[in-house]
Design a protein around this ligand. Structure first.
Ligand SMILES: [Zn+2]
Length: 85
């Protein structure tokens, strides 16, 4: 059975849409800032960041990294609060 180029394109798109996108640690690090902002505001994770959320489920290194970033961010906020108070 042969596919036409159009059918192949359709097939490729369906595969991308149905499979959760796997990203590597570099790609994760580049996009984690947006994800941090979302969880800090307590917002639901938007569809374009689900692969970032998925990566911390499969990669303990990046999960630790995210924990550190969250601590750092809350420390900065606490410092700023003390200075302005
Ligand atoms: Zn990772």
């Amino acid at each position: 059975m042969k596919f036409t180029p159009d059918q192949l394109k359709e097939l490729a798109r369906a595969t991308v849409n149905t499979r959760p996108q796997e990203i590597d640690c570099d790609a994760w690090l580049k996009r984690v800032a947006g994800y941090l902002e979302v969880i800090q505001k307590g917002q639901p994770v938007p569809p374009e960041l689900t692969d970032v959320a998925h990566h911390i489920e499969v990669c303990p290194d990046c999960r630790n990294e995210l924990d550190l970033m969250l601590k750092m961010v809350s420390d900065v906020e606490n410092d700023a609060g003390e200075k302005t108070a």
